[in-house]
Design a protein around this ligand. Structure first.
Ligand code: THU
Length: 160
């Protein structure tokens, strides 16, 4: 038996104002998308904005449903739309922001496991890393150079 160590390195910005302009402009679009979320059940709104290599910006937000599991997270709403409309474009980076109506969300909110798996599919498909930035409503912004940093031991097409 031997142990393996899995390590991820992430970058942390102190706040939105520390982001370079090309990221803060994308995050601004994610914040706008968050304000359009349909989240009457959880009161937890998530917005995301994706930049494609053709210059298009795709936004998405969470869409909830009275039948709870039928709802969809913001990240998958956006990336599936991007995949359906621009199947030959690569996703360069993704900005994510989340906030609750019940309390101020000041810590960075990472994408859920299902969304990580969905984003990983496109990273493998395009054979190029997707930069991910995530934050709450305010506070620190975390950057990952690649989705792979957020999902060790990824399940992908190589196993099929
Ligand atoms: N949600 C997202 O949109 N993205 C995530 O990565 C985590 C959770 C949504 C789903 C649901 O509408 C609400 O946040 C509470 O879980």
């Amino acid at each position: 038996m031997k142990e393996i160590k899995i390590e991820s390195i992430l970058q942390v910005y102190d706040n939105f104002n520390e982001l370079p302009e090309y990221v803060s402009s994308l995050m601004t679009k994610a914040i706008e998308a968050r304000s359009r979320a349909y989240a009457p059940y959880s009161n937890f709104s998530v917005g995301t904005a994706l930049l494609l290599d053709n210059g298009e910006v795709i936004t998405g937000n969470n869409q909830e449903n009275a039948s709870y599991p039928s709802g969809l997270c913001a990240e998958r709403t956006a990336i599936y739309y991007a995949g359906s409309q621009f199947p030959n474009s690569k996703v360069v980076r993704m900005a994510i922001t989340a906030g609750s109506k019940m309390k101020q969300t000041t810590s960075p909110i990472p994408p859920c496991g299902a969304c990580r798996q969905a984003i990983a599919e496109y990273e493998v498909k395009q054979n190029a890393p997707i930069e991910i930035y995530f934050m709450g409503e305010t506070g620190k912004v975390v950057k990952s150079d690649s989705l792979a940093n957020l999902l060790p031991l990824i399940f992908d097409r190589s196993f099929l």
